[in-house]
Design a protein around this ligand. Sequence first.
Ligand SMILES: [Zn+2]
Length: 284
Amino acid sequence: MTPTTWVLVVFGVLVMFLLASFTNVVIDRMPRALEEPNQYGELWDTRTWGEVVSGRSRCSSCGAEVHWYDNVPVLSYLLLRGRCRACGEKYGAFHVLVELAVPLVAVLVTWGVVHYQGWSWVLLPYLFLVPVGTALSVIDLRTLIVPTRIIWPSAAVMAVLCVVAALAEGEPTWLLGVVMGVVAFAGPLFLLWFIVPTGMGFGDVRLATMLGLPIGLAAMSTGRSFGWAALLAAMCLLASSVIGFAIAIPGLMVGNRKVPFGPALVMGTLLCVTLAEPILAAFG
Ligand SMILES: [Zn+2]
């Protein structure tokens, strides 16, 4: 790697730590517990973005403001041993996991793409998916909802980033594959939801709509025709199902029948966009 690349990587990792902090804020504040289930049988609603970004960080137990020096990613968690400085209440361990996972997954995705395809603008939408997908996954695991307040703005940004990536690479026809990715990834889930609405929430269909965009882009970026975007989407559905079952098994063992599928879709997508080249190469 050249010195310029090193600077880029170090800067990128620092940005990812900041995004991870913001991811935790969204995870903490976006879901709002309901007194009783709404008409969809959900136990959670969401707060507006205005409510999410306004106000200081507070301890959810005693309400004390969290000072900036107690809000340094990972370090503060270790120094305070995961407790509030004021009341000693333990914070959820997922905070520090998110702070570590976001930069780590971003580095792995970058490494995979650069290893198989070289530096490419397609990294832009993939890296955007890391904090967004983490927020959606943790919220889905905690509340079984996939907030539309996150999905639709993220899908819009994702679409723009896919266009930017295709144009910056001088390959506007990649956008055909992006559309194909959405149809081939969200389409089967939509049919499944349409036929067996109780089996899966519509939130997963919305999530798949956003995830289909980078999947289609990933297939095209390997230099193949847009039919391959459908194949990569199919492989991604397969990978997500396997991951979904792996996540579901502990839940099924304790008798909890409701299992979130969102985290599996996000993980399957990150895996398939990063390894698009070797996966498609296996088919010729
Ligand atoms: Zn406290």
